[in-house]
Design a binder for this molecule. Structure first.
Ligand SMILES: Nc1ncnc2c1ncn2[C@@H]1O[C@H](COP(=O)(O)OP(=O)(O)OP(=O)(O)O)[C@@H](O)[C@H]1O
Length: 307
């Protein structure tokens, strides 16, 4: 098993009458992009705030880079960069000047890291442009650069693409993938939209009403979502006979346009294709299709309300 760099054990947070987080045991390993998915109010921010030391747990324990004592956790938090909300930047200062100020505040040497970070987030050409004149996407990217000050091994990002347009979303995604693949940065990122995370996350934790209801790898999730084998054939009625008698498939549906949907043998589409072709049926197309990820998420929560 790979190194767990973050583990929570029965972590809980109660605000007056609200159990924002309950008995949360989560594990993030080095190199993962761990997507924390949950509807609004599910408890994602609460969990991230506890991990980053922004609030104290009501119960439970935390392990960071293997350290569990208060002192170790405090020390190891310096190996984490985070953006839980849009950070406070000086509106009249440039990106560089703002990062300069944070560098001094954090007691970090600059030695070229600001140049490197501005380049990484695509803000190297903004020169004297004031922060107040930045687009939301630029502000978020500057926030990301700030989180990366000091070269942390892990990034914790709360809904970093919330409110961004599609171009802004892609820019953030590309930066995160580069950080993960080229610098080996482990990332814990939250969203209320599963689809939004699906192009980058390697693992997911689903959180609902303050409870972590499931942890799953992206490959398992993809497999679970691939639940229909869709065929377009020359002769649907003969194809159905082959599917039933030779492939042993009983769950299928014939659709208009010479299409058939099979709900069995999804692991062996090549076998279905072979039997059909061997029995003289032309297969024009064969695709493994799946549930929409949001649909999957709602099914798991056992409801149909919108996220
Ligand atoms: N400081 C607080 N005082 C009282 N209740 C709080 C506080 N912070 C969060 N809560 C409550 O805890 C629950 C979880 O909130 P949290 O912000 O962690 O959810 P979330 O999953 O991050 O939601 P969102 O996607 O909307 O940010 C909510 O019911 C929220 O109202």
């Amino acid at each position: 098993m790979s190194e767990a760099i973050l583990q929570t054990m029965g972590l809980a947070k109660v605000y007056r009458n609200t159990a924002a987080l309950q008995d949360c045991s989560l594990r993030v390993e080095r190199g993962q992009i761990y997507g924390l998915v949950g509807k609004n109010g599910a408890g994602k921010t609460t969990l991230m705030r506890l991990i980053c030391g922004q609030s104290l747990p009501t119960a439970g324990k935390l392990s960071l880079f293997g350290g569990e004592s208060k002192k170790e956790i405090q020390e190891n938090r310096t190996r984490i960069g985070y953006m839980l909300e849009t950070p406070a930047f000086f509106p009249n200062f440039s990106a560089r000047k703002n990062l300069d100020i944070y560098c001094i505040k954090k007691g970090l040497p600059n030695n070229g890291q600001i140049d490197r970070l501005l380049k990484l987030v695509g803000l190297e050409h903004t020169k004297d442009k004031k922060f107040s004149h930045f687009s939301l996407g630029m502000k978020q990217r500057l926030g990301l650069a700030l989180a990366m000050l000091g070269d942390p091994e892990m990034l914790i990002l709360d809904e970093p693409v919330n409110g961004l347009d599609p171009v802004g979303i892609v820019q953030i995604r590309e930066i995160l993938v580069r950080l993960n693949q080229e610098k080996g940065v482990t990332i814990l990122i939250s969203s209320h939209l599963l689809k939004e995370l699906s192009s980058i996350a390697t693992h997911y934790g689903f959180i609902d009403k303050g409870k972590l209801i499931r942890e799953v790898s992206s490959s398992t999730l993809q497999q679970e979502c691939q639940n229909v084998l869709r065929l377009k054939v020359s002769d649907p009625s003969r194809a159905c006979a082959v599917l039933e008698k030779i492939c042993g498939i009983t769950k299928y549906k014939v659709l208009p346009g010479n299409s058939i949907e099979c709900y069995e043998l999804m692991d062996h589409p090549e076998q279905v294709n072979r039997e059909l072709v061997t029995n003289g049926i032309d297969v024009y197309s064969l695709t493994l299709e799946g549930k929409d990820l949001e649909e999957y998420f709602l099914d798991m929560l056992g409801g149909t309300e919108h996220v």
